[in-house]
Design a protein around this ligand. Structure first.
Ligand code: RIB
Ligand code: NA
Length: 304
């Protein structure tokens, strides 16, 4: 429908250890707490939009295991449409091994499992929803072929989150989406350009435009975000908050971005992105990913 959001992407079970700091290579350290959460960039972005009140559908795969059933139940609880979330025989659900330091910094290793089996055919099954969506959202924890097929079917606005980043890739992941969105480490993989300053961020984002991106959002952690297209270049800052857990902050940002593009299509880009920054910043003040994302009440704090 006219305000619907479709996310094609991953579901992971996050195995999260909290520790005083991130371990060095070859080092063992004592952590302080262990929890399991529902994660994965695709599902996180979808749930972020759903919690804000978005009408969301997820196209994804979970394993044919206990985690898969629990995951689908979680999505239903968050009011995400799950008819295109399939269980995958002989594959385990995707898992993410996450360490979160006291500073809120994190390190993540994913074993994608069932997510590797999400196919262009699965995308095809959701063709009518994808082509009718106001906003389509993709990431790279599932295959590039899946993202490309979904982008080809999309008639609305599309956001491709280039995460995890790639240094060798099909150029269509840059040219097909309306908005290509990456963080400072991912952009280095895509462009070969290191980004530590605002100036470098702008150079890297403009390089992506020169490679055929229609528009680029570069998220810069606590420094906010940068938006560029052929005519505009915007810097958005983030409210300063006490960071407890930055895991999934990028997903909160993209989910909010998609929600606002779908529900407030006439809102100026600067306000959309400023709001997405406020929502992502709020999420880092609480532990976890989906469980930490704010509900509709946060919209009162946004310049809408
Ligand atoms: O972006 C955060 C997410 O990345 C985590 O939930 C984890 O599952 C990994 O996919
Ligand atoms: Na969080």
């Amino acid at each position: 429908t006219s305000q619907s959001i479709v996310v094609v992407g991953s579901c992971m079970i996050d195995f999260v250890s909290y520790a005083p700091r991130l371990p060095q290579k070859g080092e063992t350290i004592h952590g302080t707490q262990f929890v399991t959460n529902f994660g994965g960039k695709g599902a996180n972005q979808c749930v972020a939009a759903a919690k804000l009140g978005g009408q969301t559908t997820l196209v994804a795969r979970v394993g044919e295991d206990l985690w898969g059933d629990k995951y689908i139940a979680n999505l239903k609880e968050q009011k995400v449409e799950t008819k295109y979330v399939q269980k995958t025989p002989n594959f385990s659900s995707g898992i993410a091994q996450i360490t979160v330091a006291e500073t809120g910094d994190n390190q993540i290793v994913i074993v994608a499992g069932a997510n590797t089996q999400l196919s262009p055919l699965d995308v095809e099954k959701a063709k009518s929803e994808i082509s009718a969506a106001a906003v389509l959202v993709l990431q790279l924890e599932t295959s590039v072929e899946v993202a490309v097929r979904a982008l080809e079917l999309c008639a609305g606005v599309s956001i491709l989150n280039g995460a995890p980043g790639l240094s060798h890739y099909d150029a269509r992941i840059l040219t097909l989406p309306t908005i290509f969105c990456v963080n400072e480490t991912e952009v280095e993989l895509f462009t070969g350009l290191a980004v530590t300053t605002q100036k470098e961020a702008e150079i890297a984002a403009k390089f992506l435009l020169s490679k055929g991106c229609k528009s680029v959002v570069l998220t810069l952690g606590a420094q906010g975000a940068l938006y560029v297209d052929k005519t505009e270049c915007l810097y958005l800052s983030c409210p300063s908050v006490r960071c407890v857990d930055s895991t999934g902050a990028g997903d909160a940002f993209i989910g909010a971005f998609a929600f606002l593009l779908a529900t407030k299509p006439d809102l100026p880009m600067a306000k959309v992105l400023e709001s997405a920054c406020i929502i992502a910043s709020d999420s880092v003040t609480r532990s976890g990913t989906q469980i930490s994302f704010p509900g509709k009440e946060i919209l009162d704090k946004c310049p809408l």
